[in-house]
Design a binder for this molecule. Structure first.
Ligand code: NAD
Length: 450
């Protein structure tokens, strides 16, 4: 824990002082630990419409206890006795709420449940969007779920999180991969997100090593988030190909050696970078993670070309050229997964980061633009947009800005590189194809870029 405030308010003295002074008391998050067995460390409650039966079946494999609430005659808190263990995860299928009157099922279900939730609980609401032209009220009612789930996420405490997942017709086989991620500690720093699961390739056979046999290229892998991504992909079974600038070669080689991978010292913005990558990794790639990125912060009034040009070249132009070249050369295999590292700065803008935000907003557009073309060969492309993550990049921020970045999110703390890496590793699985063209924020439900 490299956050002194978080450490202090979770000490015995700090806790008392913070309580007395009414200061925020963020809880240290529960993160995935090696050897962790089931994904949910306590009872799971499943309720709601037609997807609930499938969710409960999946839940039986993930939680020690999966309870299906379907007795309309009994209020949930009568059904859930005071003596039962605090609820660690909740899945509510709201996909059949197709009139505005039916939306009251949301507070009816969640209200009694709120005081039964465990610390670090996971809440997942499921929806399904009807065609707006054919069923306007149904569409409006389903879109209303977004405001409900995001607000619920802001009301949860003690490290608990909530997301909304729209499950398209035909995307039901992807639900297991999504539940395994969103109900587990792997999604610790993700909250208030809305995603759409679309029909895609099948689920992995092995949930312990879901990337076994897949070849993964990670750029900017020598340190920070890139190194965490490399570790996590290796943990999940991938064979690694790691790239970073020549000045980082010693760290890169050491990491590649430790994880049993291959390394290449290369500036991804060099004119012949794509050519070198195609030549070196011609055997084929199943996972491509564009993580390398830089900041050169200055307000627009002071943005000289030496601050603008490299940020656009490294953060935006290189991922576009490399993805297109690897796709055209056939180096990106069918059903490959491409993950772009964006930023919440791109979504909300950030003072002093016009160059960086422009480059990262361009990456969101790149995913939108390439998703249909890549999808013809089953390839998925999505963006992981981190908020404030504790790395060397954020260590260099002025103290006041750094503190603001850490606290201005619902979880009241910065994320760890592992949090971003878990999201990337999840999108690298087959389920990543179901999320192609979309942005997953890993930002503790940041108030910035909301
Ligand atoms: P970092 O500066 O710690 O690491 C970046 C890595 O990229 C370094 O190893 C660096 O050598 C490498 N790199 C830079 N230019 C390169 C080039 N031309 N060719 C090859 N490699 C190059 O950064 P980080 O905090 O780990 O960030 C990783 C990614 O996540 C970046 O894309 C960044 O924009 C994004 N991000 C980070 C945060 C955060 O809070 N740290 C927030 C949002 C987004």
């Amino acid at each position: 824990m490299n956050d002194p405030y978080l450490r202090f308010v979770n000490s015995e003295f700090g806790r008392k002082l913070a309580r007395a002074a009414g200061l925020p008391q963020p809880a240290p998050l529960e993160r995935w630990q090696p050897g962790q067995q089931g994904s949910v460390g306590g009872p799971l409650v499943v309720g709601g419409g037609p997807l609930a039966a499938q969710a409960a079946d999946i839940g039986k494999q993930l939680a020690p206890q999966a309870l299906r609430f379907q007795q309309a005659t009994l209020a949930l808190d009568e059904w859930l006795p005071e003596s039962s263990a605090p609820v660690k995860a909740v899945v509510f299928d709201a996909s059949d709420l197709l009139t505005t009157a039916q939306l009251s099922a949301l507070p009816n279900f969640f209200q009694p449940l709120m005081r039964h939730l465990a610390n670090h609980a996971r809440v997942l609401i499921l929806g399904r969007l009807p065609d707006p032209a054919a069923d306007t009220e149904g569409y409006v009612s389903q879109r209303a779920l977004e405001g409900f789930s995001r607000s619920l996420a802001k009301e949860l405490r003690d490290g608990a999180t909530a997301q909304l997942l729209y499950v398209d017709e035909g995307a039901e086989p992807q639900l297991e991969g999504a539940l395994r991620f969103f109900l587990s500690t792997k999604s610790a720093y993700i909250s208030g997100q809305v995603l759409h699961l679309r029909p895609a390739a099948h689920a992995p056979g092995d949930w312990v090593r879901p990337l076994a046999g897949r070849r993964a290229l990670v750029t900017g892998a020598a340190r920070g988030i890139g190194a965490a991504i490399a570790e996590t992909l290796a943990r999940d079974g991938a064979q690694l190909l790691l790239v970073d600038v020549p000045s980082a070669q010693a760290d890169l080689d050491a990491l590649a050696q430790r994880l049993g991978g291959q390394s290449l010292a290369l500036d991804i913005s060099a004119a012949d970078a794509s050519e070198q990558l195609v030549k070196t990794f011609g055997e084929g790639l199943d996972i491509l993670v564009h993580n390398a990125g830089i900041t050169r912060d200055k307000t627009v009034a002071n943005l000289s070309p030496d601050l603008w040009d490299p940020v656009i070249a490294i953060n935006l132009e290189a991922p576009r050229l490399i993805t297109e070249a690897l796709f055209a050369a056939g180096t990106l295999r069918d059903d490959a997964r491409v993950v772009l590292l964006g930023s919440v700065s791109a979504i909300g803008g950030n003072r002093g980061q016009a160059n960086y935000a422009a480059s990262k907003a361009g990456l969101v557009a790149l995913a939108h633009a390439l998703a249909p073309r890549l999808g013809e060969r089953g390839i998925g492309i999505s963006v992981v947009a981190p908020g404030f993550i504790e790395t060397r990049m954020t260590e260099q921020m002025p103290f006041a800005l750094r503190e603001a970045g850490r606290r201005m999110n619902v979880l009241g703390q910065g994320g760890q590189p592992q949090d971003v890496a878990e999201a990337v590793a999840w999108l690298a699985q087959p389920v990543g194809g179901a999320l192609s063209g979309q942005v997953l924020r890993v930002c503790g439900h940041s108030y910035l870029g909301a």
